[in-house]
Unconditional design. Structure first.
Length: 149
């Protein structure tokens, strides 16, 4: 499973923070936007009923985001060498598919908890941010390439 999401973020720094980029980030409020891409793999358990097929899954992999370097750039620090921060990601959830025929199903809904562990050096200077916790909901069309006998 791959996902891409974009966001805008505001961080309020009450005191100056030294960065690993030979510069100090002054106190103030900074705004930045960026994206995050995750790539997850793992087992999916599915009840293959006649028409309605509930499923559950636990996926593991990684995530990558550029919002941290965008905060530094928007604050005026120009010698940022790292464009992205990468780390661990996992997702736990499930949903329900309804078969339209043997090759196409309608995903009524899928709800997942998504945890990423991105801890850039800048955030370590202010106590770190170990986990980012998110929830996702998706719906759509599923194309089944094989059949269960």
């Amino acid at each position: 499973m791959n996902q891409y999401a974009g966001t805008a973020w505001t961080v309020n720094l009450p005191a100056p923070i030294p960065t690993p980029y030979s510069a100090t980030l002054p106190a103030g409020t900074y705004k930045a936007s960026g994206g995050m891409f995750d790539y997850l793999f793992g087992p999916q358990i599915k009840y293959h009923g006649h028409r309605v097929q509930p499923f559950a899954q636990t996926l593991f992999g990684g995530a990558s985001s550029n919002i941290w370097s965008n905060v530094l750039k928007d604050s005026g620090i120009s010698n940022v060498t790292s464009k992205r921060v990468s780390g661990f990601a996992m997702s736990v959830g499930g949903g329900v598919d309804v078969n339209l025929n043997k090759h196409i199903a309608l995903r009524l809904g899928e709800f997942d908890y998504l945890m990423t562990r991105l801890n850039p050096t800048l955030l370590a200077a202010v106590g770190g941010l170990n986990n980012q916790n998110n929830y996702t909901f998706s719906t759509g069309v599923v194309f089944n390439l094989g059949t269960v006998k």
